[in-house]
Ligand binder design. Structure first.
Ligand code: IPM
Ligand code: MN
Length: 378
């Protein structure tokens, strides 16, 4: 067990980011009430708007502080019309700076529909997306693939004629994220909802792409070490329809960077929308947690954005810190946050606009914080 308290760096970022981080802070503080917190919070300004106003993406010292923290909680980055001189979105230095700089190779995105949460589509024959049916995790490779910064454009006489993005697959990159997926399947309580089988599905385009054939080869090699876990393959195009039609079949899904980016937004619809989608960017020694919705400029400043994705990100963060430092206090906090979230969701008393409700971001935060306190008293 670690002696000193863990340092958690909060990076609220842009748009709705500061609003959800403020609500999340209330939940974190509630989780620590009544005892010495096993963590300290530090907050740093950074992102696209900081860049617009100061000409750099990070406040002085913020990048180093975030990089040396035990965990990072990121709100969101990006703002329309604000980009870096090289054309990248301003805020890229946070999101990619940290993913690549801290080698956060696994982007872990759970997809679970909680009782009380509404989703927008219901089946005519049967309700396919029920809390019993939707409970899987997508593990997205996070440091290579099409996101490898090996790209460029050929500009002649002021006109761009060719642009190239290189899709890189390395043995190291594939192996570690695939291993992460199999280990995760082993840790999960029940396997796939359909049959309680532990199953890792490799999602790729191996019928066309050489990199995907290689990814599959590595998947076979690594998977052979896990005799208790079923191995399965799906082409990414077909997978999108199977995931929507039969979510109960999936336990853990592993895929490459760009495919993972796309399928996790689709998966979010199954769990009630982007307002519930949280992700952990996990490396061997560092991790960054975030709501996946982004800065959502059209909702910014209105105190209306759904903060539950941030609460789930907090739960993931506490659990990861608890495991990493062998500190049961953090794990118990994660359990309390999860239990509080699920009770508030089931009660339907904290529905934000996207759920057809009128509860504000800050009030949703207060409800969950209060529920966390009750868990502590129970
Ligand atoms: C995500 C986001 C990012 C990505 C953007 C903001 C660069 O869409 O985390 O899924 O493409 O990875
Ligand atoms: Mn995305």
């Amino acid at each position: 067990m670690k002696d000193a308290a863990c340092r958690i760096a909060l990076l609220p970022g842009d748009g709705t980011g500061p609003e959800v981080i403020r609500a999340g802070r209330r939940v974190l503080e509630a989780a620590a009430e009544g005892a010495a917190a096993p963590w300290t919070l530090e907050e740093y300004p950074a992102g696209a708007l900081y860049y617009r106003d100061h000409g750099q993406e990070w406040a002085p010292g913020a990048e180093q502080a975030a990089r040396s923290a035990d965990a990072i909680l990121l709100g969101a980055v990006g703002w329309p019309g604000v980009s870096l001189p090289n054309g990248d979105i301003a805020g890229a230095g946070l999101i990619f700076g940290l993913r690549f700089g801290l080698d956060l190779y696994a982007n872990v995105r759970p997809c679970r529909l909680y009782p009380g949460v509404r989703h927008r589509i219901s089946g005519k024959w049967k309700e396919v997306w029920t809390p019993e049916n939707v409970d899987f995790v997508i593990v997205r490779e996070n440091t290579e693939g099409l996101y490898t910064p090996v790209r460029g454009a050929l500009t002649r006489g002021g006109a761009t004629e060719v642009a190239i993005d290189t899709r890189v697959t390395t043995r190291k990159g594939a192996e570690r994220v695939i291993r992460y997926a199999f280990d995760l399947s082993r840790r999960r309580a029940r396997g796939a909802p359909e049959d309680h089988v532990r199953r890792v599905t490799c999602v790729d385009k191996a019928n066309v792409l050489r990199g995907c054939q290689f990814f599959r080869e590595v998947f076979e090699e690594v998977g052979a070490e896990y005799a208790d876990i079923q191995r399965e393959y799906a082409y990414v195009d077909a997978f999108t329809q199977w995931m929507v039609r039969n979510p109960e079949h999936y336990d853990v899904v592993v895929t490459t960077n760009m495919f993972g980016d796309i399928v996790t937004d689709l998966a979010a619809v199954l769990q009630g929308g982007m307002g519930f989608a949280a992700g952990g960017n996990i490396g061997a020694a560092h991790a960054m947690f975030e709501p996946v919705h982004g800065s959502a400029p059209k909702h910014a400043g209105k105190n209306e954005i759904n903060p539950f994705a941030t609460f789930f990100a907090i739960e993931m963060m506490l659990r990861w810190l608890g495991d990493r430092h062998g500190d049961g206090r953090l794990t118990r906090q994660a359990d309390r946050v999860e239990s509080a979230i699920s009770k508030v969701l089931a009660s339907g008393t904290a529905r934000t606009y996207d759920q057809g409700g009128t509860v504000s971001t800050s009030d949703a935060g207060e409800r969950v914080a209060e529920a966390v306190r009750s868990e502590g008293r129970a």
